[in-house]
Design a protein around this ligand. Structure first.
Ligand code: ZN
Length: 243
């Protein structure tokens, strides 16, 4: 079985469509899993939710998703993120609000636990160092864990009696998931690793491996939509920088 791993789409429907197109050209996939932050920052929250519904995606809630439906106070965010959340709240359709309200913060599926931040703190913890990953091992029961939140594509593999391995995969890199592993597919809609191309991964549950991809998309079109919706200029500029 092959599943697309997506995270941090952040209302960037142009990037999401480019990723789905890229993945379908590469070959068939059976499922779509999303590690949170479908909305926030970007211009097309309803469109992104509609696409995930069409795909019958397995989706968890991230901090921005929870804020967009009032479950987290916007004061927990910086002023630019908060402005985008306020705007998102206003434009969400009743169906989209219902969809976001129905999301859990943790989903266990086959050999994977899917969260936004980390198993012990699914909403807020940034898993960027293997020490933190190691400390999270006792907080979930499956072999592997899909995470998002940091917007950085990475894999931690932790095997008993072996040194932990941290991989920072580039486009077309394949990583074997041995032992217990954490996989962050990077961000579809707002990459922050210095590369402005949309990031995603494909997990093959038969070979227990993950392939990482970067996809060019029409950044100018997303920026045009953001300006039209009067979202903060800092956020408009940011997606072109990949930071
Ligand atoms: Zn995010």
């Amino acid at each position: 079985m092959k599943a697309l791993l997506l995270s941090d789409i952040h209302s960037n429907a142009v990037a999401l469509q480019a990723v789905l197109h890229h993945a379908s050209v590469l070959g068939a996939f059976d499922e779509v899993w999303v590690a949170g932050d479908t909305v926030g920052y970007g211009p097309s929250p309803n469109e992104c939710i509609d696409i995930l519904r069409e795909q019958s995606a397995i989706v968890v809630a991230g901090n921005h998703d929870l804020a967009a439906v009032g479950k987290i106070d916007v004061h927990a965010f910086n002023s630019y993120a908060a402005a985008a959340i306020r705007w998102t709240k206003e434009v969400l359709t009743p169906e989209s609000t219902k969809y976001l309200n129905g999301l859990s913060t943790t989903v266990t599926y086959q050999d994977f636990t899917i969260v936004h931040g980390s198993p012990r703190d699914p909403v807020w913890e940034y898993l960027m160092e293997y020490e933190a990953a190691e400390a999270n091992l006792e907080h979930f029961d499956t072999a592997h864990c899909v995470i998002g939140h940091s917007h950085l594509p990475l894999v931690f593999t932790l095997e008993e009696g072996k040194d932990p391995v941290v991989s920072l995969p580039m486009n077309a890199d394949e990583v074997q998931l041995s032992g217990r592993a954490f996989v962050n597919p990077g961000s579809v809609g707002q990459p922050r690793d210095g590369n402005n191309m949309a990031s995603y991964a494909v997990v093959d549950t038969v070979t227990d491996s993950v392939m990482f991809h970067r996809v060019e998309y029409d950044i100018a079109e997303t920026q045009r939509r953001m300006k039209e919706r009067e979202l903060p200029q800092v956020l408009v500029d940011r997606i072109a920088m990949g930071r």
